[in-house]
Design a protein around this ligand. Structure first.
Ligand code: DGP
Length: 112
């Protein structure tokens, strides 16, 4: 399987890391839409929100709970926006589950 985000997790593709723990990796998006634009991904390959199983529910809770911690660590005191594109029809381009976190200049103009 050739997955860009799995390669970032492995370290064979570089990224600007913001946070890492056993389960998740957070890094800056290569094409930022806002002053702050990072991606939260599970290290384990999960294709999409479209394909999650019941056993993924706790992981998803932890992923979303990480967003405010990451936002705070990046200085987004006034708020932030999250987005998960799911499936081709939902605008997903990289098929490894990820939550976008946007903040600062530009973040409120991103089309949803
Ligand atoms: P989505 O449409 O939700 O699948 O968004 C995928 C995002 O991933 C898109 O905003 C650009 C970003 N991206 C794609 N390839 C790379 C990469 O190699 N490195 C980083 N840091 N971001 C990437």
């Amino acid at each position: 399987m050739d997955c860009i985000f799995c390669r970032i997790v492995e370290g064979s593709l570089p990224s600007r890391k913001v946070y890492e723990d056993e389960e998740f990796l957070v890094f800056h998006d290569i094409h930022p839409f806002a002053a702050v634009h990072v991606l939260i991904i599970p290290k384990r390959h999960v294709e999409s929100l479209q394909s999650i199983k019941e056993s993924d529910e706790a992981m998803l809770g932890r992923l979303m709970a990480l967003a405010p911690r990451i936002a705070a660590s990046l200085g987004l005191e006034s708020g932030f926006r999250t987005l998960i594109n799911s499936g081709v029809g939902g605008g997903q381009e990289v098929f490894h589950l990820h939550a976008h976190v946007f903040g600062g200049e530009g973040s409120v103009r991103i089309p949803t």
